[in-house]
Structures are given as structure tokens and as C-alpha cells.
Ligand binder design. Sequence first.
Ligand code: ZN
Length: 223
Amino acid sequence: MLVRLYPLVALTICWSIAQEPLPNCRYDDVATAHQSYQDWAITLLDTIYAVDPSYMPPDLVSVSEIGLTGDFRLRQVLLADLEALMAAAASAGHPLAIQSAFRSYDYQQRTFQYWVDRDGYEYALRSSARAGHSEHQLGTAIDFRSQDGPAPWDVSDWALTPAGGWMAEHAWQYGFVMSYPKDREQDTCYIYEPWHYRYVGKSTAKDIKQRETTLRAWLWTRQ
Ligand SMILES: [Zn+2]
């Protein structure tokens, strides 16, 4: 009898996992499920889930490969779409530059400490990722700025600048998603970051836009 019940039990467990709602924001260190480098598009990172300290994509390349300036590295897979995005923004009269790209685990530790020292621990938790939790470790997240502007976080709302507004409207067409949109902190667990975009590919970016959902909520359904 017990043996015959097994499939039913397994099915029930699978169903209940699939139906779990998006977890409330909390601070934890749980290994994220999809850590294979080929799973870059569905790797969920938030305040709960993290990648291993050793996570470092093998195909990181300098952005100089597509003619961009700055000492930044990103994954090969997104370079063509990034190049098209940069060209389109420039053609529209709103040239962009990169403020930050891939960040190693060690670099994230220093970055997080910087924000703790500047703004205090509680605020740093909301505005910056603890090491291992940052999408920048994936090599597919970029902080953008206006080409001739200051750091985007030194502007009151970068999405209200011409370049930031262009990104908010068009980034999805090139496979990029704003990970932490305005007024969605309950879902994303981070304050609004109009400069931080993650590459997920065009079909996913379009789907997220059409559903008016957040990247974290979308990724949760793929875990
Ligand atoms: Zn960022």
C-alpha cells in the first residue's frame, strides 16, 4: 500500500513546490538552484539566494571588444545585443556608458562595505547586495549611466534623464530588464535602481514587460 502511494505523494510534493508564492523578502544565504554557467538566464539572486563565492563565468570578455571604454567585463553571450542597444541609444541622441559590469565575490564584499560605511548597515541591505547575492557576479548585469553624466546614483532619478528614460522604454527590445523598478521593493527586496539592468534575452525581457511583473517574480516561477 505504501509503495502504491509513492507516486501520489511525489506528485503532491512537486505540485506544492511549483505553487509556492514568491518568498517574502528576508536576509539569508541559500544556494540558488541554477548555478550552471549555461543557466545564466534563470539564475535567481536576491536577498535570500546566492551563488557560490567561486562563481565566475568562463566567457567574460572586455567591453572593448565592442568598442566601449572602461575596464569592464561581461559575458560574451550579451555583447551583440549590448552593442545594438548602445548604437540605438546614441542614434536617438541619448548616448550611454557603462558605470559597472561584472563584479567578483571579493569586489562585492568591498562594495557592500563601502555602502555600509556610507549609509549604515540597514540601508545598505536595501540598496546593495551582500557578496554572492549580486547579479553583477553573473556577468550579465550592467549599471548604465549617461555618457557625459555623473554616476547614475548621484542623479535624483536617472530614469527621468533622457538617456535613463530611453533605457526604461527600450531596453527590453535588446533583452535587458530593469531588475529593481520603482515602487516594487516588496517584490524585488531592493530599492529602486533605474540604472541597473540584467540581460535575460529578448523573449524573456518581452514576456516580463508584457506581464508587468518583476524579474524576481518571473524567475521564481522558473525555479
Ligand atoms: Zn547594479
